[in-house]
Design a protein around this ligand. Structure first.
Ligand SMILES: *[C@@H]1O[C@H](CO)[C@@H](O)[C@H](O)[C@H]1NC(C)=O
Length: 184
């Protein structure tokens, strides 16, 4: 118990140090960020992710901006047992584009780079069962990602200590496609 508590205190200290130099997209516009995104690539130093990454599929996220800067996100995650759907709240903390997602164990989420119409790079610092990890996600407006987006992603993740062999390009799946076509 004591070590768990100590772990949490250290984790908080570590977060405030580790996150200090990751910047958010200047002038982030939650409204422009709304709509459908495909998660086309991920990179993470989480051990569980490393074990599972070659079996992960491309998921989608439908983002709705709410007043005050929070985001409501409807996620559709294809898996071996079909389509897993989730609704999660991205709670604004501090500046626009800076969030926490308690439901996913995301302690710190920052939209670090986006042009809104084709790609977005998200930095995530998360805790899962006491284990801390850094993750970077590449979102694309279409399932096919462009070279400019890939470059922005691959230029960014080494700056937070992540390496190419921790990265996976997520294959498309039709497990969620019938629902994906429904109008919002
Ligand atoms: C975001 O949502 C949380 C939880 O519903 C709420 O407490 C908070 O006030 C909201 N933030 C803003 C800036 O509206």
């Amino acid at each position: 118990m004591k070590s768990v508590l100590l772990g949490r205190v250290l984790a908080l200290l570590w977060v405030s140090v580790a996150c200090a130099d990751v910047l958010v997209q200047p002038g982030f516009q939650a409204k422009e960020f709304s709509g459908v995104w495909y998660m086309v690539s991920m990179v993470s130093d989480c051990k569980v992710f490393q074990e599972k990454k070659d079996h992960l599929l491309m998921s989608s996220a439908t983002v709705t901006a709410s007043a005050g800067g929070n985001l409501s996100v409807h996620m559709e995650v294809p898996g071996a047992e079909g389509c897993h759907q989730m609704d999660v709240e991205y709670l604004k903390v501090g500046s626009e584009g800076h969030f926490q997602v308690p439901a996913l164990g995301y302690m710190d989420v920052r939209v670090v780079n986006t042009d809104y119409r084709s790609f977005a790079v998200l930095y995530i610092y998360k805790e899962l069962e006491g284990v801390l990890s850094t993750m970077v996600q590449l979102y694309s407006r279409t399932p096919k990602v462009g070279p400019q987006a890939l470059r922005a992603f691959q230029d960014f993740y080494p700056t937070v200590g992540l390496q190419d062999d921790m990265m996976v390009l997520l294959p498309e799946s039709d497990a969620c496609s019938s629902r994906g076509k429904e109008a919002p």
